[in-house]
Design a protein. Structure first.
Length: 461
């Protein structure tokens, strides 16, 4: 609107409207960017970080609080409660050679003495607690016999306090639809304890498929137990008893068994058998080791057996103990020799790793192979290549699924030479379930033996 028109229009207005029109004015405005405020985003970021830290702390506290209960429920040990059983070292060839040298030296010295002395002097055998007076040449007196056996019995005192009776109870229906209890009872012995549980090694046959397990201690007190883990290969199982269910007087009396080194046990060593070797409990037998050469094979392992001259029952159970009170063998029907009536125990040193795994509820790797060593002599006479001749492959085992068959000769696993079951067991024990290993073997065909290769995925048991 031009200035003249605006003035003309203003003059035509009434006096009141004219004053209002004159008071109306326009304002010039400049639009500027609003300054950025740093405080609000920083405060918001601070609260987000603080909330995340708070949630993390709460989650960590809940996790640490619940974890022990979860581990206890699943039977998974932590570092504080983990059971450790040190493995024994096998005797080296040097030790065996030095032993042979000492024996040969004694024989040579004895021969030289015989040449120098026409009439050899007979030295009487010295027994514990028996006087070496000339009267021993005419035999031991009744008191001396009593002293001798009392000293041997004293050797059994400590390991005897580690023995328990394990009872598996299962309810079944008879032909008249009446419920009755079926009880299986075997010996067991305490191998370890932590701040929560007491661990007992026993036979799996007594605690397999039962509704309740009871442990009877030396003072006849009882406590309920659960299976920690079992090994069907050897027929052994570890059961655990909560320590808070054991009477204080019982805790003060029981003893954790000392596991000896059975690798150094030799033929002729005195031995005590404790437990239920004849089927009834609280028995003590004396005898000697008659053989350490017998072995028994199970899938992926081979164990040495300690044979005694003590008559036993086919349903017997218990432990073999040396005169130091150390456990050197375990009687188990899973490895009982058919047709044998004497007491035989599996060498304790060869199952210490297994006992530790069972106590900690750990899985063991499994391939499912049982075999026999093809020695140089056997190879020369039969033409079978050197290695481990597979005599049995477990049904649906990793070895069978990979294509390994009976009578294949296994020569290498994962690039390591395999000659016998001992080599196989060491290799399997060094691996874990799920590991994939290459196996080199020789298989007989129409034109002789040819190399075959397999890829075996080990399972966990």
């Amino acid at each position: 609107m031009s200035g003249e028109n605006w003035e003309r229009e203003t003059n035509n207005l009434p006096d009141g409207d004219k004053n209002e029109k004159e008071s109306y004015q326009f304002m010039d405005q400049v639009i500027k960017k609003r300054p950025f405020e740093w405080k609000k985003p920083l405060i918001r970021l601070f609260w987000i970080v603080l909330s995340g830290v708070a949630i993390g702390v709460i989650a960590a506290v809940v996790f640490l609080t619940v974890l022990p209960s979860v581990r206890k429920t699943l039977g998974i040990p932590d570092e504080k409660t983990r059971i450790t059983i040190p493995a024994d070292k096998e005797p080296t060839d040097a030790v065996i050679s030095s032993s042979s040298v000492r024996t040969e030296s004694m024989v040579t010295a004895s021969s030289e003495e015989e040449q120098d002395e026409p009439t050899p002097t007979v030295t009487p055998t010295v027994f514990p607690g028996v006087s070496t007076t000339p009267q021993t040449q005419t035999g031991l007196t009744v008191q001396q016999y009593k002293k001798l056996y009392q000293d041997m019995l004293n050797s059994a005192d400590k390991p005897k306090h580690s023995l328990v009776q394990v009872i598996g109870i299962s309810g079944e229906m008879d032909y008249f639809n009446q419920n009755y209890e079926d009880r299986k009872q075997v010996s067991g012995f305490m191998i370890a304890e932590n701040d929560r549980d007491l661990f007992i090694l026993t036979e799996y046959r007594a605690v397999s498929n039962v509704k309740r397990i009871q442990v009877v201690f030396g003072d006849n007190s009882m406590a309920d137990a659960t299976v920690q883990k079992a090994d069907e290969n050897t027929g052994l199982a570890v059961v655990k008893v909560p320590l808070d269910s054991v009477l204080p007087s019982t805790k003060a009396a029981f003893v954790i068994a000392t596991l000896g080194n059975s690798y150094y046990t030799t033929t002729g060593d005195p031995v005590l058998v404790l437990g239920s070797p004849m089927g009834y409990s609280d028995a003590v037998f004396f005898g000697v080791i008659t053989s350490i050469k017998n072995k028994t094979s199970v899938f992926d392992h081979e164990y040495s057996l300690l044979t005694t001259d003590i008559e036993g029952s086919s349903t017997g159970s218990g432990i073999l103990v040396n005169l130091n009170g150390e456990v050197i063998g375990v009687i188990t029907q899973g490895l009982h020799q058919e047709g044998g009536s004497t007491i035989t125990g599996i060498s304790i040193s060869e199952i210490k790793t297994l006992i530790q795994s069972l106590s900690n509820n750990e899985t063991v790797s499994y391939a499912g192979i049982k075999g026999r060593e093809v020695t140089d002599d056997i190879s020369t006479r039969t033409g079978i290549p050197l290695g481990l001749l597979a005599t049995d492959i477990a049904q649906d085992s990793p070895a069978m699924l990979a294509g390994i068959k009976e009578y294949d000769v296994i020569q290498e696993i994962a690039g390591q030479e395999i000659r016998n079951m001992n080599d196989l067991s060491k290799m399997i024990d060094s691996l874990k379930g799920g590991d994939v290993v290459s196996v080199k073997a020789m298989r007989k065909g129409a034109s002789g033996y040819a190399e075959v290769n397999f890829s075996v995925t080990l399972s966990a048991k």
